[in-house]
Design a protein around this ligand. Structure first.
Ligand code: GLU
Length: 550
């Protein structure tokens, strides 16, 4: 045994397997040429946030459009920051948003696939096996520096205006001998394992980022930590080992990792692994006082995906919106293919924003209105009541009191060639549909300026006597038109426009009076249909009340 081998035995005596064992266990995937294997690797330190959902979508659609595999891996090496239920929240959240997971954690507790375990805390032996190999090869070593030692070195570096960090001559234990290490371990001194970086700051590395294009950076010369003092790997080391053994072809992750690529490429090389392709996703940004900044978990409610559920955005709407953020050519494709699933879109990473796309709430609402407008009355009923059940019990009771009534209300102006695009999220609907429920309905009878209360009252009196709930749209409007000339209004808008001085207004104005009387609004979906759903008694009661108030 040479000194390096003795060192490896000293540090990791319990590790008996070799990398060959794992290479054989996790065979290269049998996938067609060009199929991409992608993943997300969330840490369960918080709830599902927009950035993770976005990254999951980008990874999922990359795998889908190449016939590849998308898997999840839980990076739970930071036990102190882990929150209870974090894994469930993230994975269930992805499922709710229709992000199908082929492999890895498919629910909070269930892992599936042949490349597992998919949770880093269950892979300790694997990391140690690879670390042991690096030590044997003289490519890693134990470092006994305490936090105070490292601080002291940093101070000296700062004073001397040298780049801070554990590199080159500053790497105190870089050449530690077996005997020195043994003595320190016998004294019970804690240590970490560091990579013995063969790199030099003078050299440049170049890599082709699938999203950002060609990037040049100095080579890594830092002897960074690969195993912490408790034997747990750092992100860098676990990333290299896991993405290699899980046969990831494309690592598409947040661009906060871009500066670590030199470390990662070096690790892949020293471990003898073929590196994956990297693509760094720019964060979703927000405008704040005119300046663009990253959406913040602390400041912005929309950073947490729960926010969208609470507001009552449908998962499909959020995904459809995120597709417009992910791909600059998605909207054109959507216009040409309104009926297709977004999963059929040929996604190209090169069409992603390099600087970070802005989160645009108005755009989300527009996209969502289109999505909701495509749903049938029955679908809206099911989705709206499911939302209300969770977030607005009072509204849920009203909606489900008479399901047929609610469905009829929700079906107005739907299932027609050009449905109204009026609802973006369910939390707007209580107000939007309030006039359908006496409990929610209030009417201050604010008439348009050009109509006097006296004319409105006269119109309503006459209308009341001819109103028939079974009139179709044509008959319904004809009745309004026939009253118009009797009270000095033009039956046709054309007539009114030609000689406005001759009339008080036109039949359209009178239908506005009726609309305000029955709904309290100037603008609603088709009024004839609304009145049918409300029913004769309610309409008459509202008309009478207006006659008495005006
Ligand atoms: N656990 C890392 C994170 O939370 C994963 C980064 C990656 O995708 O490699 O950002």
């Amino acid at each position: 045994m040479n000194d390096n081998e003795r060192m490896a035995e000293l540090l990791l005596p319990d590790i008996t397997k070799t990398p060959d064992y794992y290479e054989d266990l996790y065979k290269p995937r049998n996938l067609p040429e060009g199929a991409r294997v992608t993943r997300i690797a969330p840490s369960p330190t918080g709830y599902l946030h927009l950035g993770t959902l976005f990254a999951a979508l980008v990874n999922r659609i990359t795998a889908t459009s190449t016939g590849g595999v998308f898997y999840t891996r839980i990076e739970d090496t930071d036990k102190k920051r882990e929150i209870k239920g974090g894994i469930e929240d993230i994975i269930d959240g992805l499922n709710r948003f229709g992000i199908t997971i082929d492999e890895g954690f498919i629910s909070g507790e269930v892992q599936k696939g042949e490349y597992g375990p998919y949770k880093q805390s269950e892979r300790a032996e694997i990391y140690k096996t690879y670390a042991k190999q690096l030590i044997k090869q003289g490519l890693a070593y134990p470092c006994f520096c305490t936090a105070e030692d490292l601080d002291a070195v940093r101070k000296v570096q700062e004073e001397n205006k040298v780049r801070t960090g554990y590199h080159g001559e500053w790497a105190k234990h870089r050449n530690i001998t077996f005997d020195e290490a043994k003595a320190l371990i016998e004294c019970g001194k804690p240590y970490v394992v560091r990579l013995k970086s063969p790199g030099s700051e003078e050299n440049k590395i170049v890599f082709d980022d699938c999203i950002k294009g060609k990037i040049e950076m100095p080579e890594n010369d830092e002897d960074f930590v690969i195993l912490k003092s408790d034997g747990i790997p750092t992100y860098h080391f676990a990333h290299a080992v896991d993405d290699h053994l899980m046969r990831t072809t494309h690592v598409l992750r947040g661009d906060e990792w871009i500066s670590s690529v030199p470390k990662h490429l070096q690790l892949f090389k020293l471990l003898g692994f073929k590196p994956p392709k990297y693509g760094h996703i720019s964060p979703i940004m927000k405008l704040d006082g005119g300046a663009k900044r990253k959406i913040s978990k602390r400041k912005d409610p929309e950073a947490a995906v729960h926010f969208f559920a609470e507001q009552g955005y449908e998962a499909e709407s959020v995904i459809e919106y995120l597709m417009t953020v992910a791909a600059s050519d998605f909207e054109d494709w959507r216009r040409a293919n309104p009926e297709k699933s977004y999963k059929d879109f040929k996604f190209n990473l090169k069409k992603m924003s390099v600087s970070g796309a802005l989160f645009d709430g108005d755009k989300l609402n527009d996209v969502s209105k289109t999505c909701v407008s495509r749903l049938s009355g029955e679908e809206v009923y099911n989705k709206l009541t499911a939302w209300a059940k969770e977030f607005d019990g009072e509204f849920f009771t009203l909606l489900t009191r008479d399901g047929d009534y609610t469905k009829a209300m929700l079906s107005i102006d739907r299932d027609v060639p050009k449905p109204r695009k009026d609802i973006a999220k369910w939390n707007e609907t209580k107000d939007y549909f309030s006039y359908f429920f006496n409990e929610l309905y209030e009417n201050e009878l604010v008439l348009p300026e050009n109509i006097s209360p006296c004319d409105a009252k006269e119109f309503l009196k006459r209308y009341k006597t001819v109103y028939n709930v079974s009139d179709d749209r044509q008959q319904w409007f004809d009745k309004i038109k026939s009253i118009a000339p009797e009270i000095g209004f033009a039956a046709e808008t054309k007539q009114y426009k030609a000689e406005p001085e001759k009339y008080k207004g036109h039949a359209g104005d009178l239908s506005t009076v009726l609309r305000i009387t029955v709904t309290g609004r100037r603008n609603t979906p088709d009024l004839c249909s609304i009145m049918k759903v409300l029913g004769y008694d309610t309409c008459i009661a509202r008309i009478e009340k207006a006659i008495n108030t005006l």
